[in-house]
Design a protein around this ligand. Structure first.
Ligand SMILES: [Zn+2]
Ligand SMILES: [Zn+2]
Length: 106
């Protein structure tokens, strides 16, 4: 990685970390009410015990809290872009090259 990449990583890092596991987002998922983001597995696990956002305490959908979750593809893509190692490991896992090819038109 070049120096500019490192600068960029440091600047955006706090926005790419899940508060629940303190790691980079994996399958980034946002709460539609407040747009806070978490790993999919982290927030799914969390809302089994609480129906409020872990960051701002907004109440999730009363009938079904899962309706308040939506995959955040843009954030996830950003995460892959900023953290090359993460993208690589996910890519190996999924054998999916579409993210990189779709970037230009996204
Ligand atoms: Zn997480
Ligand atoms: Zn929130």
């Amino acid at each position: 990685t070049s120096r500019s990449d490192k600068l960029l990583v440091r600047d955006v890092n706090p926005h790419l970390l899940c508060v629940l596991c303190r790691g980079y987002f994996v399958e980034a998922t946002s709460i539609v009410e407040c747009l806070h983001s978490f790993c999919k597995s982290c927030i799914v696990k969390y809302i089994k015990t609480s129906r409020y956002c872990p960051i701002c305490d907004v109440q999730l959908n009363r009938q079904d809290p899962f309706l308040s979750l939506k995959p955040d593809e843009i954030l996830q893509r950003l995460c892959y872009k900023i953290v090359p190692g993460l993208y690589k490991s996910e890519k190996l896992r999924r054998k999916d090259f579409s993210v990189r090819h779709n970037e230009a038109i996204a």
